[in-house]
Design a protein around this ligand. Structure first.
Ligand SMILES: Cc1cc2nc3c(=O)[nH]c(=O)nc-3n(C[C@H](O)[C@H](O)[C@H](O)COP(=O)(O)OP(=O)(O)OC[C@H]3O[C@@H](n4cnc5c(N)ncnc54)[C@H](O)[C@@H]3O)c2cc1C
Length: 401
């Protein structure tokens, strides 16, 4: 009998799992709270095992073709002059810019398009209630529909609400970093570099090229204030204007664009949980293990989707498959969550002196790997070599739409 998975969240982890389950003959339904596919955000790196998972899903070429064309990471001073440059390398595990550098929204689009025929997507819909009957789960959706599923997968990101219905003891550990990702108009002098400017007070501004004719801006700052993620958009705009009021370089341009720019505001946090599943409901991606500030979330979401689908295929018993999935993913997640606060502070100096030291060190070294005894590599490079992707029999490829 065809098995049915109800997946909540249509960003990266959810559609990637739908792709892998549909290819293995599952019926898949994906509910997403947003009224349509979300495009916000900026470049994300897919490296190491994440890239291998995409390759095995048959999506590597499509994602490479949608690349941003970013040529490397350049730290700049107040006048925009280069302090240090780190060109994109062929090395897949180190450096700021990965070979596979794609907009989060573009990767999500590719995953949704590849699964559009095989998956029932319901936008503007959420899970309101879940009842686990042992051999299946009944979900009540926000539109009142009642859905039976063999498995419910919660892929709702760091601040997941459905997670609270089944595993309410998640520890949400705010790391103090607030990041606003904005899409702003491109200007003629925007080049193909990721340009990063730091200002005293642990505030950075960066601009990155995209392949869609716009520029992706990021305002990131460290603060002891908590709860900023719960504010609404107007409040985020006010906080950003006040925080960056005296910052130079391109910050005034980004602030001027704030009112109209698509924005994703992230109060960066790690999620820690003793278990990732309860009965027939399982967490996947950031909802299970958000790793925090270093951009590993997408690679881990892809790996997690691949492993979860592979284990569900390998073991008919759902409980056994969920246990094996957790066993396989835990070591990768533990490695990725091992974030030292010193690394964050090194990249976001508080004082002018700290900033001067950062610029001197950046200017003096030849590779990101050697900066701060490897701290920058920790910031920008995943422990992808630590991940060995398990082998599962390849499913039938899904037709491209
Ligand atoms: C709009 C957006 C922009 C992002 N931009 C960046 C970026 O620039 N750089 C970066 O490193 N990371 C970014 N991220 C985070 C990154 O996508 C994740 O770290 C990683 O890809 C893992 O993805 P995920 O699918 O597990 O979770 P997420 O990408 O967080 O996706 C969760 C999805 O679930 C949906 N959702 C939430 N609650 C519910 C609910 N109750 N019911 C149904 N659906 C729900 C959300 O709308 C979202 O589509 C962004 C995430 C989002 C949602």
């Amino acid at each position: 009998m065809t098995r049915h998975a109800l997946i909540s969240g249509a960003s990266i982890a959810g559609p990637a799992l739908a792709h892998q389950l549909a290819a293995r003959g599952w019926r898949t339904t994906v509910v997403e709270r947003a009224p349509q596919r979300r495009d916000e955000g900026q470049n994300i790196d897919v490296r190491g095992a994440g890239r291998e998972a995409l390759r095995r899903m048959g999506l590597e070429e499509a994602v490479l073709a949608a690349g941003t064309g970013e040529v490397g990471l350049r730290f700049v001073d107040d006048d925009g002059a280069a302090v240090a440059e780190f060109p994109a390398g062929e090395n897949d595990t180190a450096g700021g810019t990965a070979e596979m550098e794609v907009l989060r929204g573009e990767l999500s689009r590719i995953l949704l398009e590849r699964t559009a025929e095989a998956t029932d997507y319901r936008f503007g819909t959420q899970i309101r209630d879940l009842a686990d009957h042992g051999d299946h789960v009944t979900a009540t959706l926000s539109d009142g529909e009642v859905v039976d599923a063999d498995l419910v997968v919660v892929a709702e990101g760091t601040r997941s609400r459905t997670r609270d219905l089944v595993l309410p003891d998640a520890e949400v550990r705010d790391v103090g970093l607030q990041v606003a990702y904005l899409t702003i108009p491109r200007t003629p002098d925007d080049d193909r570099w990721w340009r990063w400017h730091s200002a005293p007070g642990s505030r950075s501004t960066s601009l990155r090229p995209d392949n869609l004719g716009t520029t992706r801006a990021m305002l990131a700052f460290l603060t002891d204030v908590r709860g900023l993620g719960e504010l609404d958009r107007d409040a985020h705009v006010t906080v950003l204007r006040r925080t960056y009021a005296d910052v130079g370089w391109q910050a005034p341009r980004v602030l001027a664009a704030l009112d109209d720019a698509p924005m994703y505001f992230d109060a960066v946090a790690q999620i820690r949980l003793p278990r990732w599943s309860a009965g027939r409901t399982v967490l996947l991606g950031d909802a299970a293990w958000a790793t925090g500030p270093f951009g590993l979330g997408t690679s881990l979401a892809l790996v997690g989707a691949y492993v979860l689908a592979g284990e569900l295929d390998a073991q008919r018993d759902v409980g056994a498959a969920l246990a094996r999935y957790e066993e396989r993913m835990r070591p990768f997640v533990a490695e990725a969550q091992d974030v030292k606060p010193a690394a964050l502070r090194a990249m976001n100096p508080r004082s002018s002196t700290g900033l001067a030291v950062q610029r001197t060190v950046l200017g003096a070294v030849g590779s990101l790997a050697s900066v701060f005894g490897g701290l920058v590599e920790k910031l920008t490079g995943p422990p992808s070599e630590a991940i060995e992707l398990p082998d599962y029999p390849a499913p039938a490829p899904l037709a491209a739409t």
